[in-house]
Structure formats: structure tokens, C-alpha cells
Design a protein around this ligand. Structure first.
Ligand code: SF4
Length: 353
């Protein structure tokens, strides 16, 4: 259980607008007209289990609570129902953590999670057991231990800053981390995974963007699931990053009721390209507890992507991937066009292999 009302402290960048605060509990959602009075107790019980945050930027996009934006952030009492196949650690991070805040799954790269705070809390999050406003900020001693681990592993040439959301850090704290990692001769690439550019674009100030500067190969990977998330403010935030020569990739999750149609996916990928964001991964939903209402079967996902083949520029094509449960890593699961016998299947032929 967590205190969903706790205010972000210390190294976290406090950018909440007092006149337009992030909604963090059932009462606030009720006052905003996003849940019914009859649902208050059930939503409060859900909020006591999983963190809630709906930023002003995302709230402004919600037309009805069950629309593609509302579904992503408004808690639903079904989240307390855990299906048999769901897991507290669906992608196996915990078993692959050599020191607190580090996950090492692949030979040449590793994750660093400096905090577990996010601008919004997605109801389908695969780290929902861990993320929240009150936790996960690595202490200085823990950060030093993480740095020592990276220094001892020269085979790790790429570091992925994730969390939580690294762009919730203050510019000074982020610059310290990137500066320290950039001082390690074997670190060639640093990637930042973030929801901030779309979920709370005002937070991505020039100062925060400047904190990302390094002489290493820096990439920003933005998590967005619907075309409407690419607002004018999001576009401005992305420009602040691009102005520094940092390329931007997009990652999305295939979600029932959010982007589970060819038209929604096409609009999302086209919105990314229009904002110079290269679609990178489309993730199959991970089996985190209480997320069944978002599940789209893989065969349906493959059929949706087939409908886009030939209709959308190849620039807009992400790789459809599944994180194999148990920490075995990502595998591409997109539609196959080449048969084992060397013949080619026409896209949309319905001739599934
Ligand atoms: S922003 Fe990312 S880490 Fe945070 S709740 Fe959403 S999916 Fe999870």
C-alpha cells in the first residue's frame, strides 16, 4: 500500500501547477467529474493499492472517462481482480537486479532506475507494483553502488535510464547522473525512457533538456499510446530536446479501448512521424496484475499490423514485441511474410502461418 497523496520531494523536479494540479485520488477524480459518486469507494480501494496520477495535460484531453485517454489513467475497480496468468513481476526485472536500481538482462546494456515516480500512473503499467509518488528515489549511497556496478562491467556499453520516469528528476540531479555515466569510457550510448514529453510537457523545460546533453550517443524514447497525446505543448517539448541534436523514438503498448484498431494505430504512428518521433516498439501488454481489461490477443495485434502494411510509410512501422515472462527478454512477434519454404505471403491475405 502507498500514500498516494504524498508530495514528491528532494531530487524530484516539482512542476505541478497549483491552479491545475495533477489529480491523485478518488475524491479529486470525483470532483473533476471523471468518476461517478457511486464508484467513489471502489475507486478509493483501487487507489490504495495502485498509485494514481492524472496530469493536467492528459486530463485536458479526456472527452469521456472511458475514452482512449481516460482509460489509460482513471483507475477501475477491476484492477483488484488478478487473473491466474498475471504476475507481480511480469518481465522478471527483480531476478536480474545485481544492485538496487540496476537491471542487467542483455550482455551489452543495462537499466538504471534512479526513481520510481512518474508524471501519470498508467493503469496497465508493467511496474505497477513498484511505481508511485512516494518511492524509489535512489539515495546517494545507492547511486554510488549502481555507478560502481557499471564501472565494473565494461561490456555494458549502453545504459537505459528508466523508472518510473527519469525526466521527473530535477535538472541538476539528471545532469549529475548523465555526467557520471558519461565519464565512464566504455559507456557509448545513453537512452532515456520517458512519458513526460506527452504526459506533462511543461516539465520538460530547456533546463531539463540541457541536463540530457552529453558527448555520448543520447536517445530519448517517448511512451505514447494515442495520437491525441501529441498536443501542441508536447510538440514544443520534443522540439526542446531535438534542438540539442537528440534523436527521439516512440514506444507504445497495444491496449484494448485505446489503440486496438488499424485506424487508431495508423493515427498514432503518423502523429509520431509528424513530430519526428520514429516508432520503435509496439509492445504486447505485459501480464501485470489487474490489467486484463487492456489485453488484446497477439493474433489480433498481428492482424491489425497487417492492415497497415502497404498503407503506411515504412518509416512509421514499429517492431511488435513481446517481453517473454520470466526475464527472457523481448522477441519480435509481428506478422511473418516469408514462409519456411521460401515463398512469400501477401500482406492481408488472411493466410496466417
Ligand atoms: S509512465 Fe511508464 S513506468 Fe510510469 S506508470 Fe506509466 S508505464 Fe509505468
Amino acid at each position: 500500500m502507498r500514500d498516494a497523496k504524498a508530495a514528491p520531494m528532494g531530487p524530484i523536479h516539482a512542476a505541478d501547477d497549483d491552479a491545475n494540479p495533477t489529480l491523485r485520488n478518488a475524491e479529486a477524480l470525483l470532483a473533476a467529474g471523471l468518476i461517478q459518486p457511486s464508484a467513489l469507494a471502489a475507486v478509493a480501494a483501487t487507489e490504495a493499492r495502485y498509485a494514481v496520477a492524472l496530469s493536467a495535460a492528459m486530463r485536458a484531453l479526456i472527452r469521456t472517462p472511458d475514452d482512449p485517454i481516460g482509460r489509460q489513467f482513471i483507475p477501475d475497480p477491476t484492477e483488484l481482480i488478478v487473473s491466474p496468468h498475471e504476475s507481480l513481476d511480469p518481465i522478471g526485472d527483480d531476478a536480474l537486479s545485481p544492485v538496487k536500481g540496476v537491471v542487467h538482462r542483455y550482455a551489452d546494456r543495462a537499466l538504471l532506475k534512479p526513481l520510481l515516480v512518474c508524471p501519470v500512473y498508467c493503469r496497465f503499467c508493467f511496474r505497477r507494483e513498484h511505481v508511485g509518488p512516494d518511492g524509489g528515489v535512489l539515495t546517494d549511497a545507492e547511486l554510488q553502488a549502481a555507478y560502481a556496478w557499471f564501472a565494473d562491467h565494461p561490456e555494458v556499453t549502453e545504459i537505459i535510464l528508466t523508472g518510473g520516469d527519469p525526466l521527473m528528476l530535477s535538472p541538476r540531479r539528471l545532469a549529475d547522473i548523465i555526467g557520471t555515466l558519461s565519464g565512464m569510457p566504455h559507456v557509448q550510448t545513453i537512452r532515456i525512457h520517458s512519458r513526460v514529453p506527452v504526459a506533462d510537457p511543461e516539465r520538460l523545460t530547456e533546463a531539463l533538456a540541457a541536463a540530457m546533453e552529453t558527448d555520448r550517443s543520447m536517445w530519448l524514447v517517448v511512451h505514447a499510446n494515442h495520437a491525441r497525446e501529441f498536443t501542441r505543448a508536447a510538440g514544443a517539448a520534443l522540439r526542446r530536446v531535438r534542438a540539442l541534436g537528440i534523436p527521439v523514438l516512440g514506444q507504445s503498448v497495444l491496449l484494448r479501448g485505446v489503440n486496438d484498431s488499424a485506424a487508431a494505430l495508423e493515427a498514432l504512428f503518423r502523429a509520431m512521424i509528424a513530430h519526428r518521433v520514429k516508432p520503435y516498439y509496439l509492445h504486447q501488454l505485459d501480464a501485470a496484475p489487474g490489467t486484463a481489461r487492456f489485453h488484446v490477443p497477439i493474433e489480433e495485434g498481428r492482424a491489425l499490423l497487417e492492415l497497415l502494411r502497404g498503407r503506411v510509410t515504412g518509416l512509421a512501422w514499429p517492431t511488435y514485441v513481446l517481453d517473454i515472462p520470466g526475464g527472457l527478454g523481448k522477441v519480435p512477434i509481428g506478422p511473418e511474410y516469408l514462409r519456411a519454404d521460401g515463398t512469400v505471403r501477401a500482406p492481408g491475405s488472411g493466410d496466417a502461418d
